[in-house]
Ligand binder design. Structure first.
Ligand SMILES: NC(=O)c1ccc[n+]([C@@H]2O[C@H](COP(=O)([O-])OP(=O)(O)OC[C@H]3O[C@@H](n4cnc5c(N)ncnc54)[C@H](O)[C@@H]3O)[C@@H](O)[C@H]2O)c1
Length: 274
């Protein structure tokens, strides 16, 4: 059901790679809620071609941009404002990548060039999105910027390796820039800390299926899906959450506040009996 929450709003949505991507679902919901927006992804991701289908459905233009390149981001804002007919009201940062994870490097054997790349792509890129926007004055007053995070920023998940630091940095940038941009233009900056979700980035992490299932059993509401995450993101882009900023918002079915669940106790008891 649509509520017209983003009627008249313009935005930029990054990170839609295929139909499993969280950003893909956000784009569909943003369209449903009345927004107009541009889609962006790394030039290399364009080769997969799926984003063209999304662009068609959403009536959105695609503007390729490598999130590590300030020049690309400048073009992204300039072209978006051109195409959309004015400054933007919302920006989704849905970008993450670790070559260390992709290549199965464990935490005690990280490749430091790749480590730096993880931070550049997954965290610094949020700072670049915000710094460029502020300098260009590309976001309207009371605009909203949302980036996606994971609870490994606060707690250790051995397989998440360098992405744990990347997410901690991402959340810190959201707070620091949220303060600055809030003072300057009432622009809000938040991160959503999402449940494990079956996407290309998610499933690439070693042991993903096990910790997906673990989180499902730990959370009183179960894991939040990508669709649920899209709904929450839309609420943060809307005027209903105007005073929410500099927050890391857990969107995880209650996982982050649960010590242990009855299901897990039962599982261990059964295992001990067997
Ligand atoms: N899937 C999960 O379990 C989960 C949980 C919590 C948070 N997140 C976060 O959600 C966000 C979106 O990931 P997803 O799960 O939808 O997976 P996804 O693989 O669909 O999306 C990741 C996106 O990042 C893009 N990207 C990578 N390098 C880039 C670059 N240099 N420039 C621009 N774009 C680049 C990819 O092309 C891709 O579209 C990520 O920040 C991820 O860490 C995912």
């Amino acid at each position: 059901m649509a509520y017209g929450l983003l009627k008249g709003k313009r935005g930029i949505i990054s990170g839609a790679l295929d139909e499993n991507s969280i950003a893909w679902k956000v784009a569909l919901k943003a369209k449903e809620e009345g927004a107009t927006f541009t889609l962006t992804n790394a030039p290399i991701a364009m080769r997969m071609g799926a984003i063209n289908e999304l662009a068609k459905v959403c009536d959105a233009q695609i503007i390729p941009a490598d999130a590590t390149s300030v020049e690309d981001i400048e073009k992204l804002y300039t072209q978006s404002m051109d195409v959309l007919g004015g400054k933007v009201d919302f920006v989704l940062h849905s970008i993450g990548m670790s070559a260390n994870i992709r290549k199965g490097k464990e935490y005690g054997d990280l490749n430091y060039d790749w480590y730096l790349k993880s931070l550049d792509v997954s965290s610094l890129s949020l700072h670049k999105f915000l710094q460029v926007a502020e300098k260009m004055d590309a976001i309207n007053e009371w605009g909203s910027v949302v980036a996606l995070s994971y609870i490994a920023a606060q707690r250790t998940y051995p397989f998440y390796t360098d992405m744990a630091e990347a997410k901690a940095m991402l959340e810190s940038i959201a707070r620091s820039f949220g303060y600055r941009y809030g003072k300057a233009k009432n622009v809000r900056v938040n991160t959503i800390s999402q449940s494990p979700t079956k996407t290309t980035a998610g499933s690439g992490i070693g042991g993903f299926d096990a910790f997906y299932e673990f989180a499902e059993k730990m959370s009183p509401l179960g894991n939040a899906t990508a669709d649920d995450c899209a709904n929450y993101t839309i609420s943060l882009f809307s005027d209903l959450t105007r005073m929410v900023t500099m927050q890391n918002l857990f969107h995880d079915g209650g996982y982050s506040s649960t010590g242990i669940s009855e299901e897990l106790v039962q599982m261990i008891q059964n295992q001990n009996k067997a």
